[in-house]
Design a protein around this ligand. Structure first.
Ligand SMILES: *[C@@H]1O[C@H](CO)[C@@H](O)[C@H](O)[C@H]1NC(C)=O
Ligand SMILES: *[C@@H]1O[C@H](CO)[C@@H](O)[C@H](O)[C@H]1NC(C)=O
Ligand SMILES: *[C@@H]1O[C@H](CO)[C@@H](O)[C@H](O)[C@H]1NC(C)=O
Length: 845
């Protein structure tokens, strides 16, 4: 009897977890993601709302996908609003709807802006693309290269063109990997997932290392992320850089015995829900996620991932890889020529991603590679008259025009795979720390600052270029860092106009040793600053953070193309400059309105978060999952805080040096931040998770087994029986999944699937057009499940999920675009002439 019910439970579980990987049918259905109380039964919610439960949202506990027939209205929101009204009128009986903590109707993002491969001849000014090999080979380099090939038995035909692996012309201008290989460290047992437009698993160069279990196609749903569109080449090229096999096809990957998985998301529209699932896909096996894409690099976008994606990334660093944390590697972006900056991209400025920029084969900064204080390291890519040579789509095809920061990120990911192959026990923060410590400075930048721990940081190159030998050697004996801790300042109100010109508005925040001790924070790694600034022309603004040790982070820089009237709205900037500092002392922010013109603005408020290693590992906690409005100052209206920022106007150079004039006027007036109390939105001590945080209450690293399995507490015999049953059930599930998949395939084939995407895009364009640059919030966007009248009493038991983040909302149809970052590529520019100049320049490389 018990056996039968268990089988039923098993079947149900595998069915529901398989279901969230079933193809969506956006033409016929609406999809909702609901975050529920752990005790709530999704089936009851489904029944109450007339929805079908489609299963858990990937790896996010208590997040579920529901579907319903397509409808204009947001019926979940409507039901919740109705319920609120009832409750307000005093309805006392409970309603399962009260267990909904967040509800989000899913909407396809605008088509990700893919940059296909441009033929060498098309649109490229002749002569602007120098022939490879203008320098002469160095005889010493040639001899060493031949020796290395002999020792390792490398017969790959284009290995000699893979200068990023061994440069026989500019000696030393490569990733310094050959002696690592000779030690036998080639990526065994390490797995990199390429999140991109597919991976040609039938390429003879990739098939040997292809990792099917870690792979999935979210665009044409199914287990095989095979490139299908004519320009689905980018992911395969990236994969080749990581794991092209040592054989007689093309070249080799930097970790040529690693496993490579493909996660295809860039070839069609997807939703935040699917992207969240994708970024957690097989996260016990996939160790590193290589991402060569992001919001547009047009020098005017300012986009962050949606709340579900943010949650997925935090979930991955807390639970992925058995709790050691998934390693996300993001390309810094190709917008430097239009003054784009990786701090305007919420993926690259996340503390959970390693942001990788580019250096060219001459050791110069390639004009495209974005600078920012969140950039950790760089590695080799196109520029300086050459590109990256790698595997291409097809049985035996090689690519010779790969480049941009798109090519840098996977190269870094491959080197991190070498690290994990010798030290699979390192955490995501250990990897960042190793990359920071072992990077090598590059002469061609002139903006190096010596940090507190004696490292050098440049906004152009981060901590420098990755040296494979150095990072692998350091990894061998690396002592894992203690868990993460953090100190949040309260929101600090400024409410002052920003003077125009070289003048800056300086505000300070004082951190004491006691505050850090209370926060269990020993030394810093990342610093984030979230702020609100109203300004008529965002591109005129620049922002510097100066630490107590007098190191300067250029959190934001001016952007000539950025005409946005939206200022900074709860935007979070990030810096890795202060790595290793204690944090004790006065932190100073200097906001400048650099241009004297009709556009002026006000600095509203900010808060600072210091992140780093804990003092006492046993007291460390896991960070709660973020809420949509975590970084919003929703206390702004309350007369809450007794804290007043010290605000003073000062005249400093536009680019402050480390000898910034101390703002003596601040001293008498120094803010005295009280020990933050529970009434503040932020707390310096790692507090126990609130009711939103079911995830962190199961803090222990989860194994790949479903958490409920061991909880039955049966004896050994029963357990063995259970496992036997599992085998049967898995078989049943597979059959079920195949059946479902085939059935869905058939249905899809019979539906005019291709049309709806076009319609939706047109819809978005219309929205944009209608708003005429005055962005407005689109219907169906993330909304607050309890939005209407959230000020009313009686709701203190629910987490309010505010509008995700104002800039996004205001920007209307623009917000969710992603696009591939590739120096060798072209995009369909939606803004006509505007971006042309840069795009041509890009091609000219
Ligand atoms: C790969 O992992 C397996 C199992 O942990 C281990 O036995 C093997 O030695 C590893 N291979 C290498 C090359 O490290
Ligand atoms: C590059 O690797 C060699 C060993 O092959 C090593 O001696 C050298 O120190 C490495 N470079 C750096 C900067 O560590
Ligand atoms: C700045 O604040 C002043 C005074 O409150 C206001 O008149 C002005 O419109 C504000 N500027 C912007 C750009 O919001």
């Amino acid at each position: 009897m018990r056996g039968i019910s268990l089988v039923g439970l098993f079947a149900l579980t595998c069915f529901t977890s398989a279901a969230n990987l079933l193809p969506r049918n956006y033409e016929a259905s609406d999809y909702y993601v609901l975050h529920l109380d752990s005790e709530a039964a999704p089936a009851e919610i489904a029944k109450r709302l007339g929805l079908s439960h489609e299963g858990q949202l990937g790896e996010l506990e208590d997040h579920h996908i529901f579907s319903a027939a397509r409808h204009e209205d947001d019926r979940v929101q409507d039901a919740i609003t109705a319920r609120r009204k009832l409750r307000k009128r005093g309805a006392s009986q409970s309603d399962v709807l009260d267990s909904v903590k967040l509800a989000q109707k899913q909407k396809l993002k605008p088509r990700m802006e893919k940059r296909g491969i441009i033929p060498v001849t098309k649109d490229r000014p002749s002569g602007a693309f120098p022939e490879r090999g203008i320098e002469v080979e160095d005889p010493v380099g040639v001899a060493r290269q031949a020796e290395v090939k002999k020792i390792l038995g490398i017969h790959d035909p284009i290995f000699n063109d893979q200068w990023h692996l061994y440069n026989n012309k500019q000696l030393g201008h490569d990733v310094n990997v050959t002696d690592v290989w000779i030690q036998g460290i080639t990526g065994h047992n390490a797995t990199v997932a390429i999140v991109d437009d597919g991976l040609d698993m039938y390429s003879e160069d990739l098939m040997q290392n292809y990792f099917a279990e870690g792979s999935y196609d979210f665009n044409d749903p199914g287990p095989e992320p095979k490139p299908k569109l004519s320009d689905d080449r980018h992911g395969t090229r990236c994969a080749g850089e990581v794991g092209a096999a040592k054989n007689n096809v093309c070249g080799v990957g930097v970790a040529y015995n690693s496993r490579i998985a493909g996660i295809r998301i860039l070839s069609k529209l997807i939703t935040d829900a699917d992207e969240a699932i994708a970024l957690n896909y097989a996260y016990q096996q996939n160790q590193i996620y290589s991402c060569s894409w992001g919001p547009p690099d047009d020098g005017k976008s300012m986009d962050a991932p949606g709340i579900l994606i943010k949650r997925a990334m935090l979930n991955a660093v807390q639970r992925g890889r058995g709790g050691l944390g998934s390693v996300y590697v993001f390309a810094s972006g190709n917008g430097a020529a239009s003054e784009d900056n990786c701090n305007f991209d919420g993926y690259t400025n996340s503390i959970y991603s390693i942001t990788v920029g580019a250096v060219d084969r001459r050791g110069d900064h390639p004009y495209y590679s974005e600078k920012c204080s969140a950039q950790l390291v760089v590695t080799y890519s196109s520029g300086g008259g050459d590109q990256i040579v790698t595997t291409d789509v097809g049985a035996n095809n090689c690519a010779t025009t790969h480049g941009g920061t798109s090519a840098a990120a996977p190269l870094a990911a491959g080197i991190f795979a070498l690290v994990l192959s010798v030290r699979p026990d390192l955490t995501w923060r250990d990897m960042q720390s190793l990359a920071m410590q072992t990077a090598v400075t590059i002469d061609s930048a002139d903006d190096w600052q010596t940090t507190t721990i004696g490292k050098k940081f440049s906004h152009t190159f981060g901590y420098g270029k990755i040296d494979s030998w150095a990072i692998v050697e350091a990894a061998k004996t690396f002592k894992s860092l203690k868990p993460q801790a953090w100190l949040y300042s309260p929101w600090i109100k400024v409410n002052k106009p920003i003077p125009q010109g070289d003048q800056g508005l300086a505000v300070t925040y004082e951190v004491t040793a006691d505050m850090l001790k209370d926060a269990n924070l020993e030394r810093l790694e990342h610093v984030t600053v979230t702020m609100n600034v109203e300004h008529g022309r965002r591109g005129d603004l620049s922002l510097d953070l100066i630490s107590p040790d007098n190191l300067v982070s250029h959190l934001s820089a001016t952007r000539k193309n950025d005409d946005s009237p939206n200022g900074y709205a709860d935007w979070t900037f990030m810096s890795v400059v202060h790595w290793g500092e204690s944090g004790i002392g006065t932190w100073k922010l200097i906001l400048r309105d650099t241009t004297v013109n009709e556009h002026s603005g006000n600095f509203t408020d900010f808060h600072i978060k210091l992140w780093g290693e804990s003092i006492d590992a046993s007291k460390a906690t896991l960070l709660p999952l973020p809420n949509a409005n975590d970084d919003d100052n929703h206390d702004a209206d309350k007369p809450s805080s007794t804290i007043s920022a010290t605000v003073s106007t000062t005249s400093l150079n536009p680019v402050p040096t480390s000898t910034t004039t101390p703002l003596t006027t601040d001293q008498p007036n120094r803010p005295v931040p009280p020990k933050p109390t529970s009434t503040l939105t932020s707390s310096p001590t790692p507090t126990a998770p609130s009711d939103d945080l079911a995830a962190s209450s199961t803090a222990a690293p989860s194994s790949w087994l479903p958490g409920w399995l061991p909880r039955f507490g049966f004896g050994p015999k029963t357990t063995i029986w259970m496992y036997a049953a599992t085998v049967l059930i898995v078989g049943f599930c597979i059959g079920l999944a195949i059946y479902f998949y085939l059935a869905r395939r058939k249905r899809l084939r019979n539906s005019a699937r291709d049309n709806y995407e076009f319609d939706l895009i047109r819809d978005d364009e219309e929205t944009e057009g209608l708003t005429g640059g005055r962005p407005k919030r689109r219907a169906g966007e993330l909304y607050d499940a309890f939005a209407a009248g959230s000020d009313e009493e009686g709701l203190s038991d629910v987490e309010e999920e505010g509008e995700e983040y104002r800039d996004v909302a205001r920007r209307g149809g623009m917000e969710a675009e992603h696009h591939v970052i590739g120096g060798d590529s072209e995009s369909e520019s939606e803004d006509g002439d505007d971006g042309r100049g840069e795009k041509d320049a890009l091609r000219g490389e």
